[in-house]
Write a protein that binds this ligand. Structure first.
Ligand SMILES: Cc1cc2nc3c(=O)[nH]c(=O)nc-3n(C[C@H](O)[C@H](O)[C@H](O)COP(=O)(O)OP(=O)(O)OC[C@H]3O[C@@H](n4cnc5c(N)ncnc54)[C@H](O)[C@@H]3O)c2cc1C
Length: 358
């Protein structure tokens, strides 16, 4: 009998886990709340040991083919270039690759076997477990049993909420919000962008028409699935600003492809409970300014899947994952405030100092 695994979330952590478990002989089901793969977002980085994992998955070359070299020009309110950051994603050691998030997700999905079962537009409503199995009820009414459940459903994880408790117990807000609006589903090759900072706020436009807005703020009360509310929040924070901001706000208001979220981290004393484990942002979101979310997602899922095939004793394997991957995730999390200071200087003087440094 093949062991069965349910993975919640069909993004970078979930698809990586599904890829490996299927390859190791598990019968894998992936449940995803969106009607298809949840695309969108800005380019992301694959670094360090995550690169070894994608090499072993046989997708390194495909990733390299569509990797990006990004140049960012810092501009002032008159749109004059006052600093240039070039060569992002081009690391001579080959230890850092930048790729559009959409393309990475699609590459992993294509690499994963067609033998994987996908339940789109669905989610887990109840979870229970005993020493033998995990019992799950889905939104569409089906009740099924699995040997294991992996929560890979992102920073606002449903599995974490159902099994480990409310998000507020684990969510550490970093004092800022970000929005990404994708004009282009695919960016390849050269990716040039301009970035304009106001104290505590930033706006960026890529040459492909993608836009990003960031701002510092105390915690806001909003529904993270309500796009109309997200647009109102941005208008309230950016209206009255100069440069290209009025056009960006108009594009954002007219678009239905906005991704908005808080910058936060997830910190938990344990990512495992019985036959259930969390991976990726659900377990240890490092925060967008670290640039480490996708690498951690790939690396963590790979380490856990490898361990599961090496040893049948899942409590030992889960515990080892929980103990050994924790320092890696915590180290990545420690970069978040340095990243925020770079992206969102708090004063005009700090903005000028940063720009002069490039
Ligand atoms: C649309 C989007 C845009 C993003 N843009 C950026 C960006 O610009 N820069 C950046 O650094 N990071 C971005 N991220 C986060 C980044 O993808 C992660 O930090 C990192 O890749 C780790 O991935 P993950 O698989 O753990 O989580 P995520 O990539 O967040 O994926 C979580 C998956 O779980 C699914 N899901 C959520 N709730 C449920 C549920 N109840 N049931 C089933 N499935 C569920 C989601 O639809 C999604 O497919 C974005 C995430 C999303 C979802």
């Amino acid at each position: 009998m093949r062991k069965t695994a349910l993975v919640s979330g069909a993004s970078i952590a979930g698809l990586t886990m599904a890829y490996w478990l299927n390859r190791y002989g598990f019968k894998v089901t992936v449940v995803e709340i969106s009607a298809g793969l949840k695309l969108g977002g800005s380019p992301i980085d694959i670094r360090g040991e995550a690169l070894d994992a994608v090499k072993r998955m046989g997708i390194l070359e495909k990733i390299q083919e569509v990797s990006l070299i990004t140049t960012i020009e810092f501009v002032n309110a008159q749109n004059e270039c006052v600093g240039t950051l070039s060569g992002l994603g081009k690391d001579d050691s080959g230890q850092d690759i930048e790729i559009h998030r959409n393309q990475l997700i699609q590459i992993i999905r294509e690499a994963a076997s067609t033998d994987i079962e996908y339940l789109f537009s669905n989610t887990i409503e109840t979870v229970d477990q005993d020493g033998e199995k995990v019992m799950v009820t889905f939104k569409d009414g089906q009740t099924r049993n699995f040997d294991f459940l992996f929560g890979a459903d992102g920073v606002h994880s449903n599995v974490r909420k159902l099994v480990f408790g409310a998000e507020e117990n684990f969510n550490y807000f970093c004092g800022a919000y970000f929005a990404v609006l994708n004009a282009d589903e695919h960016i390849e090759g050269q990716n040039a962008g301009i970035m304009y900072n106001m104290p505590n706020k930033m706006a960026g436009i890529s040459s492909k028409g993608n836009t990003i807005l960031l701002f510092r703020s105390p915690k806001l009360d909003y529904d993270y699935r309500n796009t109309t509310q997200h647009k109102q929040i941005h208008t309230a924070h950016f209206s009255g600003e100069g440069w290209e901001i009025p056009d960006i706000l108009k594009t954002m208001t007219d678009s239905d492809r906005l991704y908005f979220d808080e910058i936060c981290q997830i910190k938990m004393s344990s990512w495992i409970k019985g036959r259930i484990a969390l991976i990726g942002d659900a377990a240890h979101c490092a925060g967008f300014p670290t640039g480490m979310g996708s690498s951690l997602a790939i690396q963590g899922a790979t380490i856990l899947a490898d361990a599961m095939v090496e040893n049948d004793d899942y409590p030992t394997v889960f515990q080892k994952y929980n103990d050994t991957f924790r320092p890696v995730a915590e180290q990545a999390q420690s970069f978040v405030y340095a990243g925020l200071s770079f992206l969102l200087p708090e004063t005009q003087e700090a903005i000028d100092n940063r720009n002069r440094a490039y």
